[in-house]
Design a protein around this ligand. Structure first.
Ligand SMILES: [Zn+2]
Length: 58
C-alpha cells in the first residue's frame, strides 16, 4: 500500500495524505465484548457531506 495516499471512506477515491484530509477513528464500544476500532480517511468535502447535521453527544 502506498503511504502517500489513502482511500476515501466516502467516495473511494485516493486521498493525498500531504493535503488536507479528515481522519475518523470509529470505535464500537461493547458492554459484553471487546471494543472494535475502525479508521477512516476522508476528503474534507466528503466529510462535510457525511457529517452535516450530526450532533455532538454533549
Ligand atoms: Zn472522498
Amino acid at each position: 500500500m502506498n503511504t502517500e495516499s489513502a482511500t476515501c471512506g466516502v467516495c473511494g477515491r485516493s486521498v493525498p495524505l500531504d493535503q488536507d484530509h479528515v481522519k475518523v477513528d470509529a470505535e464500537t464500544v461493547r458492554t459484553r465484548d471487546r471494543n472494535e476500532a475502525d479508521d477512516y480517511v476522508l476528503h474534507p468535502r466528503c466529510a462535510d457531506a457525511v457529517f452535516e447535521g450530526w450532533r455532538c453527544p454533549a
